[in-house]
Design a protein around this ligand. Structure first.
Ligand SMILES: NC(=O)C1=CN([C@@H]2O[C@H](COP(=O)(O)OP(=O)(O)OC[C@H]3O[C@@H](n4cnc5c(N)ncnc54)[C@H](OP(=O)(O)O)[C@@H]3O)[C@@H](O)[C@H]2O)C=CC1
Ligand SMILES: N[C@@H](CC(=O)OP(=O)(O)O)C(=O)O
Length: 346
């Protein structure tokens, strides 16, 4: 039977991606859409300024948008996807959790909380065990699970693949697409013919979230991975797709080909929205790849790409890329929702 899902913040940039990705989903059926008070009571077609390249599915277009309160969401909804501004999510998500809802959230609040699973299914599905700890700590009947920041999720699968060689230090510089800032985040006058070498709050997120994702879980407590991570985050005038230049120090000295093979061989998961191969790796015959325009839509935007792998004096350097609003946002929450179903939490 279909799992009934709701989307909190359904009219926004990430909310629209949820609707696109949930169209014809084999397990999930959209049963509730919420947004701010100014959208509540309107049909989705009236409320959303639709900007995704595919059309609004007809059944969704005519659904009524509710306010973002538990009273406006039916008890029949089994799973909520959350794409609210984090300041709003911080206030509203606990109201739903107290009512027993399970939330797969893309918002950044609570990502680093000790009792909140921050999960990429291919990397650390075992961290879902924290839900028991969370329920004990907070007295919620529901459960809160987060996916990481879009720049973090672009890099972490490659780091997870290289950790078999003893990951000690990471230095990363990002080239991030404008869609990450939302539709009104950077103006055309600011970004055309330009690059902005600062994205507020982004660097600490990459430096901490990646160590939580790569860390261990002993059944009751998380431990952070003991590498050092330094990030420099930059906005450039691409629309979608974050490209990152990564330098890693490793305890061992794998050749570039061994590193490429480790990334290629990194296992995927058997979930409906997961790519068959998590990381697409370009060989040294294509040193100019990955590129945002050419590679962001691999496996419907769910695959990570890597290339340009070369040795350095202390390890390796390479480039990686992911679609920031799909693998980096709505697709990441969707995959976590599929994991919650697969593991019996819903
Ligand atoms: N864009 C991206 O690439 C990424 C975004 N994120 C995160 O995802 C979240 C959503 O981002 P994005 O979709 O770009 O944001 P948008 O501003 O495009 O959308 C925000 C959504 O939240 C709703 N909303 C705003 N204020 C309230 C409120 N007070 N009460 C209830 N609902 C409200 C809006 O409804 P209404 O239309 O009625 O105003 C809209 O549906 C953010 O936390 C962001 O940081 C994370 C990773 C990547
Ligand atoms: N800050 C990211 C997008 C984002 O909203 O991240 P987070 O989910 O950590 O708030 C970007 O600018 O590309």
């Amino acid at each position: 039977m279909a799992v009934q899902v709701g989307i909190l913040g359904a009219t926004g940039a990430v909310g629209q991606r949820f609707i696109q990705l949930l169209d014809d989903h084999p397990t999930f059926e959209i049963a509730a859409l919420t947004a701010s008070e100014s959208s509540a009571g309107k049909t989705y077609r009236e409320a959303a300024k639709w900007r995704v390249e595919t059309q609004i599915p007809d059944d969704v277009a005519e659904m009524e948008v509710g306010a973002t309160t538990p009273d406006d969401v039916s008890d029949d909804v089994d799973l909520l996807f959350s794409s609210l501004p984090s300041s709003v999510a911080e206030e509203v998500e606990p109201q739903f959790l107290e009512e027993g809802y399970v939330i797969s959230s893309n918002s950044s609040n609570d990502r680093m909380a000790d009792d909140v699973p921050l999960t990429i299914p291919e990397i650390n599905a075992d961290h879902l065990g924290l839900i028991e700890v969370q329920r004990d700590n907070r007295g919620w009947d529901g459960a809160l699970i987060k996916n990481p920041n879009c720049s973090t999720i672009t890099m972490v699968p490659t780091l997870a693949a290289l950790d078999q060689f003893g990951l000690e230090r990471v230095d990363v510089t990002t080239l991030q697409a404008v869609s990450g800032a939302g539709y009104s985040g950077v103006t055309s006058m600011e970004i055309i013919d330009n690059a902005i070498p600062h994205i507020g709050g982004e660097e600490p997120k990459m430096e901490t979230e990646s160590r939580k994702l790569l860390g261990g879980f002993d059944g009751s407590e998380l431990s952070m991975h003991d590498s050092t991570v330094n990030a420099s985050c930059n906005r450039i005038p691409t629309l979608d797709g974050h490209l990152e230049s990564v330098f890693v120090d490793l305890a061992e000295e794998p050749s570039p080909e061994e590193a490429r093979e480790a990334m290629r061989a990194f296992p995927g998961v058997d979930l409906p929205s997961a790519p068959d191969q998590l990381i697409h790796v370009f060989g040294d015959d294509e040193p100019e790849r990955p590129q945002p325009r050419l590679d962001r839509s691999r496996a419907d935007g769910m695959q990570i790409s890597a290339g340009g792998v070369q040795s350095t004096s202390s390890g390796l350097k390479y480039n990686c890329l992911a679609h920031n609003t799909i693998r980096g946002a709505a697709g990441a929450s969707l995959l976590n929702g599929e994991l919650l179903v697969e593991e019996g939490w819903i």
